[in-house]
Design a protein around this ligand. Structure first.
Ligand SMILES: [Fe+2]
Ligand SMILES: [Fe+2]
Length: 139
């Protein structure tokens, strides 16, 4: 029983960490969209931000069902004020998140959780490619 509880608590903690990252991305990508060099970039960053909002909502529902508590978001990281620095940070963060979500998927306690984190991981990989493209456009 104890080890089951611990496994479950670990999953809840991981999902809380995922939620903190999504929340941070939602805030920072809005600022980035406002710094974008043209309308096409701005629109793409806002589309990425919409994906993060969907991830956030999906993970928040999972968090609530596992923990019985509502997740309370708070901004933990500061968003870079320079566009190029922000793009670099976003690219790295997306790449790291791909692996992080695959780990969560692999150890997921239900097929539904596994599916949602696999799907989100694929989205983050796609986001990373976009940010890399804009990094090359803006250097
Ligand atoms: Fe996301
Ligand atoms: Fe993303």
């Amino acid at each position: 029983m104890y080890s089951y509880y611990r496994a479950n608590q670990n999953e809840i903690d991981q999902i809380a960490k995922a939620l903190a990252g999504e929340y941070n991305a939602i805030q920072c990508y809005e600022q980035m969209a406002n710094m974008a060099k043209n309308e096409e970039e701005k629109k793409q960053i806002m589309e990425i931000r919409n994906d993060e909002i969907k991830h956030y909502q999906t993970f928040a529902a999972i968090y609530q069902s596992l923990s019985g508590m509502q997740y309370n978001p708070k901004q933990t990281e500061e968003c870079p004020g320079d566009y190029y620095v922000a793009l670099t940070a976003a690219f790295k963060d997306e790449q790291e998140t791909v692996d992080f979500y695959l780990d969560i998927a692999e150890n997921a306690s239900s097929p539904y959780i596994r599916k949602q984190f696999k799907r989100a991981s694929a989205d983050e990989q796609n986001h990373a490619v976009w940010f890399l493209y804009y990094l090359m456009q803006n250097r």
